[in-house]
Ligand binder design. Structure first.
Ligand code: PLP
Length: 397
């Protein structure tokens, strides 16, 4: 088949670098994977049961394009209660197929050909590709471990051009676990207002912050009108396979996204929407329990990485540690590949999340304590073996 059949835009984007390692890991036995970005919990029983009930009742038809109004009302209530943001269920919310589709809608609704989106990196792998697919140009902004992998208005200013349309923010962040404070968001908000920019804020890990309360960009004064809020049920509610997310935005933006959603998706799966409604009504205690468990694991895992000499800033949210492996002298890819081949621990090389991720690896600590302990022992053995090898070759030189 000729490549020329394919759209040039599709040819210009790369498949996600995360998959490569998992395809390799899948061929090996006894691998502990710290690679996957999903909770290790099964969706709560009452949530599963609500979905089963909907099927038993024969609720199997299309829902409204924007999603069940009962779910949107529940969601509006939840967003207000949890994050102090006030969205109209009728006019400002769309239930989507995961946060992934919500992101796609946001880019496609606002970008003209050549419009630029500033994206602080290292970042979730989909942002750049989705920007390109929507005809826009991703403009990556490097961040550093010293600044907790966060951008401020001075950093953003360095990437500002007449073509800049929007800034993409992700807090808590995949892959770094960093969380922006209210003050940090206020600084960026001021910049966005000054230059009349939109903010696309990916808040899919909003339920999972450990040291400070979460602030939504949309809750900052005067920001709701220029913010597209992306979120969903995958992470906080342990519902990745249900494929359910949402987007919240002022009516003009929301209506534009709804047009795309209407033609490309029709609506999100009905049985998943019934489940999500139950999750919002009666699932927050379970979210709290999962969060406590992640916090315990974070403390153990991040503390141990630092003890092993893999310097790791304290991730305040999500369930990822993003330690530096620079002390080993290896590249991220080398480290991940050798660790997998010699000790059967799968991690994600940091460079797949952008050039500033080089010298780091992403480890998900949404894994059992036993697995985390075992993976730490294996990493320790790996580092010791490497050191012995280096010392031996230094003597032989
Ligand atoms: N945003 C971020 C930062 C993510 O890490 C992910 C998934 O890994 C998503 C969005 C997409 O989530 P989903 O489509 O499962 O809702």
């Amino acid at each position: 088949m000729k490549k020329s059949y394919l759209s040039e835009t599709v040819q210009s984007i790369q498949p996600s670098g995360i998959r490569k390692f998992f395809d390799l890991a899948a061929t090996m036995e006894g691998v502990i994977s710290l690679g996957v970005g999903e909770p290790d919990f099964v969706t709560a029983w009452n949530v599963r049961e609500a979905s089963i009930m909907s099927l038993e009742q024969g609720l199997t038809s299309y829902t409204a394009n924007a999603g069940l109004i009962s779910l949107r009302k529940e969601l509006s209530h939840y967003l207000y209660k949890r994050f102090h943001i006030d969205y109209s269920p009728e006019e400002e919310l769309i239930i989507t197929v995961g946060g992934s589709q919500a992101l796609d809608l946001a880019f496609r609704a606002i970008l003209n050909s050549g419009d630029e989106v500033i994206i602080p990196e290292p970042c979730f792998v989909a942002y750049g590709a989705l920007t390109t697919l929507a005809g826009g140009v991703p403009v990556y902004l490097s961040t550093t471990a010293e600044k907790d992998f966060k951008a401020d208005s001075a950093d953003l200013r360095t990437k500002l051009t007449p073509k800049t349309k929007a800034i993409l923010l992700c807090s808590p962040s995949n892959p770094t676990g960093s969380v922006y404070s209210k003050e940090e968001f206020e600084d960026i908000a001021q910049f966005a207002k000054e230059h009349d920019l939109l903010i696309i804020t990916d808040e899919i890990y909003a339920e999972l912050t450990y040291d400070e309360a979460f602030t939504s960009v949309a809750a900052i004064q005067d920001m709701k009108e220029r913010t597209i809020l992306i979120s969903g049920f995958s992470k906080g509610f342990a519902m990745t396979g249900w494929r359910l997310g949402y987007v919240a935005a002022p009516p003009v933006l929301r209506d534009a996204m709804l047009k795309i959603h209407q033609y490309s998706m029709m609506c999100a799966p009905a049985m998943a929407q019934y489940a999500a409604e139950e999750a919002l009504k009666n699932g927050l205690e379970d979210v709290e329990k999962m969060k406590k468990s992640y916090r315990r694991r974070r403390n153990l895992f991040v503390g141990s990485l630092n003890e092993l000499g893999l310097t790791c800033h304290q991730p305040n949210g999500a369930f990822y540690a993003f330690p530096s492996i620079k002390s080993t002298g290896m590249t991220s890819e080398q480290f991940a590949e050798e660790l997998l081949l010699s000790e059967k621990v799968a991690v994600v090389p940091g460079n797949v999340f952008g050039p500033s991720g080089e010298g780091h690896i992403r480890c998900s600590y949404a894994s059992s304590l036993d697995h985390l302990q075992e993976s730490l022992s294996r990493i320790q053995r790996f580092l010791q073996a490497r050191q012995v090898k280096e010392e031996a070759s230094a003597i032989l030189k």
